[in-house]
Design a protein around this ligand. Structure first.
Ligand code: S3P
Length: 173
């Protein structure tokens, strides 16, 4: 089976929904940020602080290239992954992309107190999250194969909905 690849903004639930999906399907769950952290032996925040965003994006690209070769995985991507055309092209080779669409007001509530998201380490987190969301939303929509509403619905239900939506695509393979 092709991979199911979850994309979307920070706080859209990619990790928790990804884990739930993996459990339901008995497949391995993979998280691009965790792979980067393991590879470098540092947290994402530390990488941003010491080496900067450009370096992080380079690492992210390498990891995406690697996971794009896999099969049968549930892959949760960092929020910036699907903004890059080459990343999207790579992930689509072996995967169905699912965009977890969440209303910005819900996203902001979820991320406004986060301390491990370097892009939101600014004075006004809410304003910056809103700005980034508006800048990115179209790109997520353009990149994706399937859009699933992942607002305030139980994780289990969202995972079920994803399975229903990707079934048709995976069966066509
Ligand atoms: C980022 C999202 C983060 C992480 C990094 C950059 C982004 O992942 O990859 O801080 O550009 O949106 P999450 O979406 O899991 O928070």
């Amino acid at each position: 089976m092709r991979n199911i690849v979850l994309i979307g903004f920070m706080g859209s639930g990619k990790s928790s929904i990804g884990r739930s999906l993996a459990k339901k399907l008995g497949l391995e769950y993979i998280d691009t940020d965790t792979m980067i952290e393991k590879k470098k032996g540092k947290s994402i925040s530390e990488i941003f602080r010491v080496e900067g965003e450009e370096y992080f994006r380079k690492l992210e690209k390498e990891i995406v290239e690697k996971v794009s070769e896999y099969n049968n995985k549930i892959i949760a991507c960092g929020g910036g992954v699907a903004l890059d055309d080459l990343n999207v092209l790579n992930l689509k080779k072996n995967g169905v992309l699912v965009y977890l669409s969440v209303d910005p007001s819900i996203i902001i509530e979820r991320v406004k107190n986060s301390t491990d998201r370097p892009l939101l380490e600014v004075e006004d987190k809410e304003k910056e999250a809103k700005r980034l969301f508006e800048q990115r939303e179209k790109k997520y929509i353009n990149a994706t194969d399937v859009i699933v509403d992942a607002g305030n619905t139980p994780i289990n239900k969202i995972a079920e909905q994803i399975l229903q939506s990707v079934k048709g695509i995976l069966n066509d393979d």
